[in-house]
Design a protein around this ligand. Structure first.
Ligand code: ADP
Length: 398
């Protein structure tokens, strides 16, 4: 069966088609500038040069219609008709406490996801637009929702309750939800396979270090704790997000700079993190290059970032009472040789010993720890699309 995976943003959309019998990627692509001038679709069939289509795409429905044309195109398509697409898997950011697993998207489920919009006002609306457009264009094709928050629903309440008046949880659902769940689940399952263990017998700490970054403590395949919270702003230092800060800073800055709380919130999301510290960029390649040329603030940003990851690894080692493996994934986790070195430096008393030679690797599964390291350090490229396709295939095959 062929599965189409869709990940809709507000003005962009990513897609892949996978063949599930062999779990192979047939094609992938993305659309940018939906609803803006200069909409463009870039489509890539395996082993072929990418094709670029420029056409007006006023909304998600028009964009998805172009994706469908690309998928069935006689030259660079991968199906003779859309009837070959057995199901569509949609990435949805927030399912609140409603879904702890991927589900078939029925009217009831869609209403439940609409109820979660206030929890993810930037992310759930475009996800829902993509689902509505696909249902209109492919009315007989089953659709499955795969949620970023679902994996983290296994977290015990003593890890998700904030120390604020309890009624904010019962009245408004203010609690830790966690994000990047599909990625943390994928790499934790691969980690168990690499360790040659059943997932139920593993304790792993998964570091998803991309533009957004989060770290999760996973005990026997269930989340114990995760660093992102009520929103993706909490936890690690990120490209442009501040991560953990003293909440009193918000009122202080709002008064000093005469800004509303919303404006300060925007700064904490978009102008903070390593961009805010370095003043150089949110991209680690730029920051590393600047630091190498002697830019002190770029060097400081790298140190602050590494220290925060280290802090969480230590905390999660304590919460888990030891771990079998630390996993690095996502853009920086998969490619950041220098950053992995900085994070793992001086962790020997926790039994974490990086091999500098093995660490000189990017973008493919590898063991990075020294032979005598009690805790394995693993590099595992994430594959959220494969996870979405696998869940979708499983649900529609049941
Ligand atoms: P997203 O969250 O947008 O999916 P990615 O997982 O693609 O993000 O990660 C993007 C981050 O990965 C960027 O900050 C980028 O600097 C970092 N990155 C990618 N390649 C490298 C590299 N070779 N060295 C250091 N950092 C890298």
């Amino acid at each position: 069966m062929k599965i189409l995976v869709i990940n809709c943003g507000s003005s962009s959309l990513k897609y892949q088609v996978l063949e599930m019998e062999t779990e192979t990627l047939l094609c992938k692509g993305f659309v940018e500038r939906i609803g803006l001038d200069g909409s463009v679709l870039k489509h890539e069939k395996a082993d072929m040069e990418p094709v670029v289509l420029q056409a007006p795409m006023n909304d998600h429905k028009e964009a998805i219609a172009h994706v469908m044309d690309a998928v069935v195109d006689p030259e660079h398509g991968v199906a003779s008709s859309m009837k070959e697409i057995g199901a569509v898997g949609h990435r949805v950011v927030h399912a609140g406490e409603k879904y702890a697993w991927s589900v078939l998207l029925t009217d009831d489920v869609i209403h439940a996801l609409e109820d979660c919009v206030s929890l993810a006002p930037l992310h759930n609306p475009p996800n829902l637009l993509g689902i509505a457009a696909c249902r209109e264009l492919m009315p007989t094709t089953p659709m499955v929702g795969v949620f970023d928050t679902a994996f983290h629903q296994s977290m015990p309440e003593e890890y998700y309750i904030y120390a604020i008046p309890y009624e904010y949880y019962t009245k408004y659902g203010v609690r830790r939800y966690g994000f990047h769940g599909t990625s943390h689940r994928y790499v934790s399952e691969r980690a168990a396979a690499m360790l040659g263990k059943e997932i139920a017998d593993t304790k792993v700490i998964t570091c998803h270090l991309g533009n957004g970054a989060s770290i999760t403590a996973i005990d026997g395949g269930k989340v114990l704790d995760t660093s992102m919270g009520f929103t993706p702003l909490e936890g690690l230092v990120m490209g442009t997000r501040c991560g953990d800060i003293d909440p009193a800073i918000i009122d202080f800055i709002s008064q000093k700079e005469d800004l509303t709380i919303r404006e300060v919130n925007d700064i904490l999301n978009k102008k903070s993190g390593v961009l805010g510290i370095s003043g150089v960029s949110s991209d680690f390649r730029d920051i590393e290059a600047a630091a190498a040329k002697g830019n002190a603030r770029a060097a400081l940003a790298l140190k602050v970032y590494a220290n925060k990851v280290k802090f969480y690894i230590g905390g999660y080692m304590a919460e888990l009472n030891g771990a079998d493996a630390i996993v690095f994934t996502a853009g920086l986790g998969e490619n950041g040789v220098l950053m992995r070195n900085m994070i793992c430096k001086d962790l020997t008393n926790l039994g974490i010993l990086l091999s500098p030679e093995r660490n000189e690797i990017r973008g493919r599964e590898a063991v990075l720890s020294a032979d005598d390291s009690p805790v394995s350090i693993l590099l595992i490229p994430t594959n959220e699309e494969l996870m979405i396709a696998k869940d979708t295939y499983k649900i529609v095959s049941e």
